[in-house]
Design a binder for this molecule. Structure first.
Ligand code: URA
Length: 208
């Protein structure tokens, strides 16, 4: 198990735009995808490669490629959708599944409503994505779901995580690595991460 705060000047710089309440929908969306792309570099460091032979203009040599079945990206709807494009830009062979879980605003408990996954999901490393790891309820629900589908290798990728959410996921799923751009101070009484960036889904899609 690992909890990794991906500290990088480019990510910290871009995160400032996301935190700023005056950032408009277009810039928010673009920047979120850019950060997701940068974080993909870290999350995929341990991926196994296949050795193949290629012919350069000079000679034949051994080289390495990702197997087609290496990765599936699974966004937790709806805010997770905001990170998918940034990830699959770097892993075009990734398949994309969707898990719909929303938070009941009163109980803060996860409510399931939708799931569609690639057929061969169990053979892939799954990058489960949600920009905000708040209470950890939706993350734990989605991880449980994926494990029931036979997935063995799951990494959770978020943008901002609350210490409470990290603790809950680590407790229930110690085998799942958590990557985040920033571990924030905590959760307020409404279940929002502070200082955070507000409601990620609303900011991605321009809703309220
Ligand atoms: N979901 C969000 O979009 N923002 C938070 O601060 C917490 C959960």
């Amino acid at each position: 198990m690992a909890v990794v705060e991906v500290n990088h000047p480019l990510i910290s710089h871009k995160l400032t735009f996301l935190r700023n309440k005056n950032t408009d929908t277009k810039l928010f969306r673009e920047t979120l995808n850019e950060i997701a792309g940068l974080m993909t570099y870290e999350v995929t460091k341990g991926l196994k490669l296949e050795e193949i032979e290629v012919e350069t203009p000079v000679m034949k040599t051994k080289s390495y490629i990702l197997p087609d079945k290496a990765v599936a990206v699974v966004p937790i709807l709806r805010a997770g959708l905001g990170m998918v494009e940034g990830i699959i830009t770097f892993i075009p062979t990734a398949k994309v599944g969707h898990i719909g879980v929303y938070r009941n605003e009163e109980t803060l408990k996860p409510v399931y409503y939708y799931c569609k996954l690639p057929e061969d999901i169990a053979d892939r490393k799954v990058i489960l994505v949600d920009p905000m790891l708040a209470t950890g309820g939706s993350a734990n629900y989605a991880i449980d779901y994926l494990k029931k589908e036979g997935v063995k290798d799951i990494v959770f990728l978020s943008l901002i995580a609350a210490p409470e959410g990290i603790a809950n996921v680590v407790k229930k799923h110690p085998d799942v690595d958590i990557y985040t751009a920033k571990i924030d101070e905590g959760l307020n009484e409404k279940g929002y991460i502070y200082p955070g960036l507000g409601d990620a889904g609303d900011r991605i899609f321009g809703t309220k």
